[in-house]
Design a binder for this molecule. Structure first.
Ligand SMILES: Nc1ncnc2c1ncn2[C@@H]1O[C@H](COP(=O)(O)OP(=O)(O)OP(=O)(O)O)[C@@H](O)[C@H]1O
Length: 262
């Protein structure tokens, strides 16, 4: 039985001819926060879906701890506008009883919104409801897909702080997908910079010495994340494939392609 909550080894995913994920190795331990970052289309959600068992990797394997209980928070909540659904009732749909729902709402700091229709909640409040729903599963692993999407900067910082508190209180592991790198840097133990393959990974401080992130996202587009000054020895074509200096591609005969996966 592995000690890690979740691991994947040499995971590759193809859709048709297209390689979406290439040779991904990942390990997530109890109490650890790991954040996946990468540009749009980098394969972050696909990796999460493969880890959740929702899609089958083309090759490689996912190993889940036998005692794994995942609480999943999706990117967005889609609810019919005309549906009369309070936060309390929405959480009750999980099968949780009133006490459990009240505790979950309190845990995420929105007890006062229990009777509010969820369609009227702000972006940050809605994300907290989704987090409460994930917590009702009593998870030992939280998987959060862009938890601060649609939330203002102050709300984002509060949300990441809350996630950190939940980790400390419950000891759960956390795997996040995020574009809020400047905030996530302070909130995560480990960063994985993904663009089809793992471009760089490690402690936020060590990753910040590698230019991969700036190269992927563009310094001028995201000045707030200029903390990322890490070294990167290759670039990507429009499909996300690695392009060497001599224009050989990742899937072709690039002589250094194994180094590029480091
Ligand atoms: N079922 C599918 N069939 C074919 N291609 C898919 C499928 N699902 C995702 N893709 C493609 O895989 C690539 C990676 O998508 P994915 O959603 O994993 O990226 P992402 O990093 O999460 O992007 P974003 O930051 O925009 O959410 C995209 O080019 C997407 O179009």
């Amino acid at each position: 039985m592995p000690d890690a909550l979740l691991q994947c080894e040499k995971l590759c995913l193809q859709f048709g001819e297209r390689t979406i994920l290439d040779n991904i190795n990942l390990s997530l331990n109890p109490g650890e926060i790991v954040t996946l970052i990468g540009p749009n289309g980098a394969g972050k959600t696909s990796l999460v879906r493969a880890l959740l068992g929702l899609i089958q990797p083309t090759t490689g394997k996912v190993v889940q701890h036998s005692d794994l209980r995942i609480g999943y928070m999706p990117q967005k909540l889609h609810v019919e506008v005309s549906l009369p659904l309070t936060a309390q009732r929405f959480l009750g749909l999980t099968g949780a009883n009133k006490r459990e729902v009240a505790d979950a709402l309190q845990h995420v700091g929105i007890s006062h919104l229990a009777k509010s229709p969820i369609q009227r909640l702000s972006g940050g409040e809605t994300q907290r409801v989704l987090l409460a729903r994930a917590l009702l599963r009593k998870p030992n692993l939280l998987i959060l897909d862009e938890p601060a999407q649609g939330v203002d900067v102050v709300g984002q910082a509060e949300l990441y702080e809350l996630i950190g508190q939940i980790r400390h209180q419950t000891g759960c592991g956390v795997l996040m997908v995020s574009h809020d790198l400047h905030l996530v840097m302070a909130a995560t133990d480990s960063v994985i910079c993904l663009n089809q393959h793992v471009c760089c990974q490690g402690h936020p401080e060590s990753v910040s010495n590698d230019p991969a992130y700036l190269e992927l996202f563009g310094r001028s587009a995201h000045p707030a994340i200029a903390v990322y000054t890490h070294h990167h020895d290759h670039s990507h074509d429009i499909h996300g494939d690695v392009v060497c200096g001599d224009q050989h591609s990742h899937t072709g005969d690039c002589p250094n392609k194994d180094q590029h996966r480091a």
